[in-house]
Structures are given as C-alpha cells and as structure tokens.
Design a binder for this molecule. Structure first.
Ligand SMILES: [Zn+2]
Length: 599
C-alpha cells in the first residue's frame, strides 16, 4: 500500500463554464515525419502575449504578512477580462501605471468563482461595449495578513492556500493568486505565466525562492525572469542544496542521498525529453514542506518547481522499501506535468482530464521503463479495480467538468486506462506522435474536437480512426473495452446473479454520533446498540438496517446532525473489539453522553 495520497490535489481546480467552440488551425496533411519536424521547430504557447510583473514584495514569515507594490504591464488587449487576486489581500489602490494618475474605481465580479474560492475577480468598469476597461499597465498596491499556524490547527490545507507554517511561506502561482492574474473570459485563458523583475524583502527569511530563478540566500532577493513562469513562491528559514544545478529546498535527506535521487529523477526527464523531442527548460527545484493542517498531504508541480507537502518523509521517501517506488511514481507524475501543464496549458471541459490523464499515463510509462514491468501491470490492474463501482460518461459526451462524476476516478484512473488502451492499439510510436501533436498543435480550446482531430492527424487512417473513437471515446462501454484490450479484470461481481442468496450469521452493531463539533454542549450524544446477532440473507440484512437508520435519523439529539453506521462482523469477538474502538474515538477531553439503543 502506498502512504502517499493520490495526486489529486495538484490539479487545476477551476470551473470551466464557457460555451465552447473550436478554433483549430487547419493544417495540411503532411507525411507524419514532415509534420513533426515542422511542429518541433515552432514554439506554441496558449498565451500569445506574456504579461510582465515588476515591483516590490515585502514578506514576514513570523507575522504572516505580504505587502506588494506591483506593476502589471505588457498585457494582451482583452475586452472581457478579470484580474484574480487572493481574497486575503486588501487593496490600497489600483491605478493606471502611467505617471501621476489617480486611483481607479474597481468592481468585483461574482461570475468568476474558483472552485475553492481563494481569489476574487476584479475589473475596472467602463462606459463602453464590454463594460470593462483594461489599462496598458496597472499599478497594484495591496497588503495581506494570514494566520501563522505552527501547531496544525488549520482544518485544511491545499494547493491554493497561502500558507505560513511558522518558518516558511508557501504560495502557488496559479490558484493562490498572491500576485494579480489576468484572465480572458472569452477564451478561458489564464495569464499566470509572466516575465518578472521583483525585489523581494523578507527580514525573517534565510532563503527566498521565486519560481524559475535560483533560490537566493539572504533577506533580500532581486529576481528576474525573461522566460514566462507562474509565480510560485517559497521563502523562510530552510536549507538549500544544489546538485548538478538542480535544487532541493528544505530536504530531509543528506547530500549523498539527494545526489542519488537527483540522478534517477534526471533519467526520467531525459526519457521524456527523448520521447517528446521537447527539452525541459530550466533546472528543477524540489521543495519539501509541512502543511498547516494535520491530515493534508499532496504534491504539486509548477515546473521547474515540484513541491511535496506533508508530515511524512520528504525527499528521503525514495529510500523506503515499502513506499519508495510509490514516491518515485508520484515524482514521475509531477515531472510529466512539465509537458501537460507547463509547456502547454489545456483548457475547456476536457483540459483537466487531458492534463492529469496524460501526466499519469506518462508516469505509468516511466514506471514500466525504470521501476518494473510488474509494478506497471499492477498499477493498471489496480486502476481498473478502483473503477469497480464507477460508471464513467464517455469522453465524447463530457460537456462540463461536473460530467466527470467522480473527478478523481475520471482523470487519474479512467483517462490513463483509456490512453493506455489506445496506445496498445496504435502502437507506442504513434502514441508518442499523438502526444507531440497534443502538445504543439495550435488551438484556442483543447476540447473533444481537439482530442479527435489531433488523433486523426496522427493515425492518417479514417476507418481505423473512426473505430477507435467509437470504442474508446464514444461508447458507453469504453472502460470495459479498454480493460479487455489491456487484459485487465474489469469487474469482479461479488456473487452470481443466478445464484440463490445464502443466509449467513452476522454479529453487528449500529453506531450514531454527532456529525460535527463532537463534545460541545449541543453535540454530545452517542447512541449505539449492543452487539447483536442475526442469521439472514444480505437483502434481509439491508432491509433491517434501513429501518434502524431511519430511527437514528428521526431521533437524532445532536444540533449538528447525527452520523449513522452499521457494522457487521463474522465473530462476536471482532464485533466487540470494533465497538470499543468506535467508543474510543472520542478523545479523553471530550464528555459524551452514551445511550444504548434498544433494537
Ligand atoms: Zn497531476
């Protein structure tokens, strides 16, 4: 078992709520080879114009403050836009950056809501067609103060959180929007990748790091980047270790161990570079840090930065016998985000699936090439197993992100299985060609038409293409088709439908407690049955349970509501031990009122 969480927090948790139409530049049909040499010579980014950020940032990791005086210039000329800024930032003023201008009136829009609500959407109202005015350069002056949490008392931590853990500040460059991010409403394009020229001061820091620049030791960093980067930032009191030009910030491993890890990670990069013909730009910076909550842990990538957040082992994890290969698979996934996420951004309703699905698909490739074939097969089988109770909508029928049903299963399990099956059908070579085209074909929206058209180009076989789309993109049985292509067990029904249900003896108890705020005067009632025994069929068992659930619900005595659980065991001893465990869940400091529920 892997102790690392599924990499579900590293995604781009934005709501895509736009009408989608495809503007895909038509490309003439070349022979595949000719097409790729042309594509390889073009650098195509989703964003045409790269904004520039210049100014001063003052941080205190002890006080939890960030003060910014920044000018955003070289912006694309958008008519319908928002500027996202973290909701904890208080604006002193927004001005046209030209000399001597007065503060501008600004409005907040409620139309643009990020799924986790970290940022607010601002615009400058105008008396024109779009109702919005965008100066060529905008001067922002604002200050934010955040809780410094040294004792994990925060209920949750996540990628977009601006986190002060007592010794460091961690802020990602996309979701947190600690620096204003321009967003084009019409094309669903974020402009978080910027060139920058920043003067960062942090008097209680030892190292200051801004994405894409080497970490700076000291309390002041003058950092510049002429290539576009998102502004992921990590600053505070930690060690910075450089190995072959790559950096490890706040590592728990010693230099020799880090050198070994760096060698392996570098080999993954070389593998992906060779396959895609796209070199990594910039040396990697691997960060390890702790969250401000007790239970959250995750990894995320904003290449060249890869961050591991958690209380368990950090970079040292690769040495662990039981978790080492799992850790390396996650690192492979994050390194693959250089292609799917940094080199190219994918938008529209399928953007999240393409980004995560292909990062995971490439991580599977690396697993097969560098870890072991058997682990690769095990991973595929385990993904298929996780899909057991999930009935995914065909990719062709996804019209909004909510159609994923279960996002995690859809993007990390279903999508890589579909891609792996397609690879098996068209062969590895064509699959890499498809990946190159996905990464480099110009398109405003990377939606379903984009997926189809890129695959069609690579296959250059109309009939074969049609049948593949039918089988894996349009069919309601796409998952079963993929599982059968990959020789995986797609479904293991627990009993044969023709078989008569068998009566069995169950030892069981019902348990109900406060849904929230357990131990407070309004929420302290626990109700449970004694251990009871019944011999019946599974259907009879669930009928009986349903009526008890109803009673527990109707007779709930906690203001925040009641949980209700039904636990069955095959022996009296197991059931008794479990009940003691359940009762022991409430801490010693909490007084609960225990009531026995009569059946
Ligand atoms: Zn990911």
């Amino acid at each position: 078992m892997l102790v690392f969480p599924k990499p579900h927090s590293d995604g781009y948790n934005f709501i895509y709520n736009l009408p989608v139409s495809l503007i895909l530049h038509c490309m003439k049909k070349y022979f595949a080879g000719a097409l790729f040499s042309i594509l390889a010579s073009m650098t195509i980014y989703a964003q045409d114009t790269v904004p520039h950020v210049q100014g001063k940032v003052t941080i205190s990791v002890k006080n939890g403050t960030i003060e910014c005086d920044l000018i955003l210039s070289n912006m694309p000329r958008l008519s319908d836009y928002y500027i996202r800024l973290n909701s904890g930032m208080n604006i002193r003023y927004i001005k046209n950056a030209e000399e001597g201008m007065s503060p501008l009136k600004y409005e907040r829009s409620l139309q643009d809501t990020l799924s986790y609500g970290e940022s607010l959407a601002y615009y400058i109202p105008a008396f024109n067609k779009s109702g919005k005015y965008l100066p060529h350069a905008i001067h922002f002056n604002y200050v934010g103060m955040y809780p410094v949490i040294t004792d994990t008392t925060s209920v949750v931590d996540w990628r977009g959180n601006i986190a002060f853990n007592g010794t460091t500040l961690r802020a990602d460059g996309i979701q947190s929007a600690w620096c204003p991010i321009l967003y084009d409403v019409k094309t669903d394009t974020r402009y978080e990748k910027v060139t920058y020229d920043l003067d960062v001061t942090c008097n209680d820091c030892k190292v200051i790091y801004v994405n894409g620049s080497p970490p700076v030791s000291g309390t002041r960093a003058l950092v510049k980047s002429a290539t576009s980067q998102d502004l992921t930032m990590f600053a505070g009191d930690f060690k910075s270790v450089s190995i072959n030009g790559n950096y490890f910030l706040n590592p728990d491993a010693d230099d020799q161990q880090l050198a070994e890890l760096e060698k392996t990670l570098h080999s993954y990069q070389v593998y992906l570079e060779k396959k895609t013909d796209i070199p990594y730009k910039g040396k990697a910076v691997y960060i390890q840090t702790t969250p401000v909550s007790k239970y959250n842990s995750w990894l995320f990538a904003s290449y060249p930065t890869i961050v591991k957040v958690g209380w368990d082992e950090g970079m040292k994890s690769f040495l662990s016998k039981s978790n080492g290969s799992g850790f390396m698979q996650y690192m492979a996934h994050e390194l693959a985000h250089y292609y799917f996420g940094t080199f190219r951004d994918f938008n529209s309703e399928l953007g999240d699936m393409i980004t995560e699905g292909f990062a995971e698909f490439l991580a599977l490739h690396i697993t097969r090439a560098y870890i072991s074939d058997s682990l690769y097969l095990e991973e595929l089988q385990s993904k298929a197993g996780e899909m057991r109770n999930f009935n995914p909508k065909p990719i062709a029928k996804i019209s909004s992100k909510s159609d994923y049903g279960d996002r995690e299963l859809y993007v990390y399990y279903y999508a890589p299985l579909i891609f792996s099956a397609i690879e098996k059908e068209i062969g590895e070579e064509k699959m890499w060609e498809w990946i190159k085209v996905l990464l480099q074909s110009p398109a405003v929206f990377t939606n379903y038409q984009f997926l189809e058209q890129t695959l069609n180009k690579v296959m250059n076989d109309e009939a074969g293409f049609e049948s593949l789309c039918e089988k894996y993109f349009r069919s309601e049985s796409a998952f079963q088709n993929a599982a059968s292509t990959l020789n995986l067990l797609a479904d293991e029904p627990s009993y044969d439908v023709d078989e008569k249900p068998v009566a069995k003896t169950y030892y069981y108890f019902f348990f109900s407690g406060p849904y929230r705020d357990a131990g407070s005067s309004q929420n302290r009632v626990i109700k449970h049955t004694d251990i009871l025994q019944i011999t019946c069929t599974p259907d009879e068992l669930s009928n009986m349970a349903r009526s008890v659930f109803k009673r527990l619900n109707d007779e709930c005595e906690n203001d925040a509501g009641c949980t209700s659980d039904f636990n069955t065991f095959d022996s009296m001893e197991k059931a008794q031990a479990a009940l003691q465990r359940w009762l022991g869940r409430y801490g010693k400091n909490v007084t609960m009122l225990e009531k026995i529920l009569e059946p």
